[in-house]
Design a protein. Structure first.
Length: 243
């Protein structure tokens, strides 16, 4: 595991974008595992900037996203497809046919999870998986649990997650109660993993994830067992680390 210290969120985003751009340059037809949320937003903005300068070409690149809310259509402004399209895909030259996100409108969970696992397998697996870190150590929608979920599955969102998300919706009743997510086993099959973490409020959970016991109570702790993990964290996120 390699740990890179960044000055702040902007520096973290630039360093993370460096890792992703190196992957795309070295293997133009690579498969990128992508994430949503505030953590990777700056990374995507940096990649867009380098693409606009002519430094990057995504025309052969493929992607597979970690997760999607169940029950939200793609054009809902809170869907993860909407996020990815508006914050990344439409600004670069990636072929949208080569982008993959779980289908939130498929009501049959077993069918959709099996389909998405096959999509990833047919791509040849993920070359580089980008991850953020939840306040409770979750990666994707893999929440703390009694066991590690191995493959893509449908998860019941926790009350705290629903509560945290309600600000994005008109009423709490509109907040999705379930999501499709890659499982821990799916994530761990990625050839390389890039974890990005920013903010002092993530410092304790980051330390537990990297140096605590490997336990499904801290889902990200499983990353200690992967043979190629790069962590980019800003000084605030590393504030509880010794030295």
């Amino acid at each position: 595991m390699k740990l890179y210290r960044a000055k702040d969120y902007k520096d973290m985003s630039r360093k993370a974008a460096n890792v992703i751009s190196a992957q795309v340059i070295m293997k133009p037809d690579c498969v990128l595992g992508l994430a949503t949320g505030s953590s990777p937003l700056g990374t995507y903005q940096q990649l867009i900037e380098w693409y606009e300068k002519g430094d990057l070409d995504f025309s052969e690149t493929k992607s597979a996203n970690l997760d999607e809310y169940k029950g939200l259509p793609r054009d809902n402004d809170q869907s993860y497809y909407y996020f990815m399209y508006n914050n990344f895909f439409k600004h670069i030259n990636i072929d949208l046919n080569n982008t993959n996100i779980p289908n939130g409108m498929e009501p049959d969970s077993a069918k959709e999870c099996a389909r998405y696992e096959k999509v990833i397998a047919d791509l040849g697996g993920v070359d580089l998986q980008l991850l953020g870190l939840g306040h409770n150590g979750h990666i994707g929608f893999n929440e703390p649990d009694a066991a590690f979920e191995k493959i893509t599955h449908c998860v019941d969102l926790t009350e705290s997650t629903i509560e945290a998300n309600k600000r994005f919706f008109a009423t709490i009743d509109d907040v999705p109660k379930q999501a499709y997510t890659m499982g821990i086993g799916t994530i761990m099959r990625a050839k390389k993993i890039l974890l990005i973490v920013s903010g002092e409020e993530k410092s304790s959970i980051l330390y537990k994830a990297l140096y605590g016991p490997v336990t499904p109570q801290v889902p990200a702790s499983i990353l200690q067992l992967h043979n190629d993990v790069v962590v980019v964290a800003d000084e605030a996120a590393l504030s509880k680390f010794p030295g």
